[in-house]
Ligand binder design. Structure first.
Ligand code: C2E
Ligand code: MG
Ligand code: MG
Length: 266
């Protein structure tokens, strides 16, 4: 099953995206976290079909939310390095976008720095092909991998996700402050967006906002939850008020009522 964790814009305080996170509902064991089974899926290459299922499910979910009037949010999906190396990744993403009809600009794909260890030309080709589909690319767990900064500079990516190990002690640890500020300065000059992972307190959020970090994700804002619970959050945020009624000429009353009923049904 997929759970969804909200991502917030620190300046406006608005929910701007969600990340789809995989859990395995194993009978008799409850929900198994990805750290326990993703390595096995990767070893057995089962991550390829499972990864396609994740992407398709996340895109379908996003389409449903769009239809229910929850606009202005983006869906982030994690990709494994194995899916990357397998080949045919842009074709798979293109296929899923066509099957689900999701607007590519609403999809963000998260890749880890470890893909930078592969053949440079191949990686660039794949990243460019993904970008050409119109999706956004983010580098996950940034700062923990092996990629050289000189290398990342050439990546056609849109966003860096600062790994939560740098956020954890940011209130006390001057070293972490220095690292985070350096990442933010570099990202600003290379025109990458930045989101901090693992933000667990209001203090951390305030500090990051002060440093000019755009986005934040973490237990302080919301844990990964099933779709129904995330919809509760969207509703509580008054997202329904945004149902495209401000856009264009607005909806007539009957359409607005129908959309509202639809939103209650999902
Ligand atoms: P990730 O992509 O870096 O996801 C963030 C992880 O941090 C999630 O763990 C999330 O629950 C956790 N987290 C979020 N906020 C906080 C916080 O404030 N404090 C702490 N301590 N943790 C927080 P999760 O769900 O266990 O996922 C672990 C990793 O498994 C993910 O790291 C991602 O690399 C991988 N993963 C999850 N779903 C998928 C998937 O569908 N495909 C692939 N390839 N990998 C996945
Ligand atoms: Mg991620
Ligand atoms: Mg991460």
């Amino acid at each position: 099953v997929l759970h969804y964790q909200p991502q917030y814009d620190l300046a406006s305080g608005r929910l701007v995206g969600v990340e789809a996170l995989l859990r395995w509902d194993r009978p008799g064991h409850g929900l198994v976290p990805p750290s326990r089974f993703i390595p096995i899926l990767e070893e057995t290459r089962l991550i390829v079909p499972v990864g396609e299922w994740v992407l398709k499910t996340a895109c379908e979910t996003m389409c449903r939310w769009q239809g229910a009037g929850y606009t202005g949010i983006r869906m982030a999906v994690n990709l494994s390095a194995v899916q990357f190396r397998q080949g045919g990744l842009p074709e798979m993403v293109d296929r899923v976008l066509r099957q689900t009809g999701l607007e590519p600009g609403l999809l963000e794909l998260e890749i880890t720095e470890s893909i930078a260890m592969f053949n440079e030309r191949e990686v660039m080709g794949t990243l460019s092909a993904l970008k050409a589909l119109g999706v956004l690319l983010a580098i996950d767990d940034f700062g923990t991998g092996y990629s050289s900064l000189g290398y990342i500079k050439h990546f056609p990516v849109d966003k860096l996700k600062i790994d939560r190990t740098f956020i954890k002690d940011i209130i006390r640890d001057h070293g972490d402050v220095a690292i985070v500020r350096a990442i933010l300065a570099m990202a600003a000059s290379l025109r990458f967006d930045v989101i901090a992972e693992g933000v667990e307190s209001a203090e951390q959020a305030a500090l990051l906002r002060g440093y000019g970090c755009q986005g934040a994700q973490g237990f302080h804002f919301g844990r990964p939850v099933p779709e129904t619970r995330l919809l509760d959050t969207l509703r509580a945020e008054g997202r329904r008020a945004d149902t495209g009624m401000h856009k264009g000429g607005g909806l007539d009353e009957a359409t607005a009522r129908a959309m509202s009923a639809l939103a209650d049904a999902v």
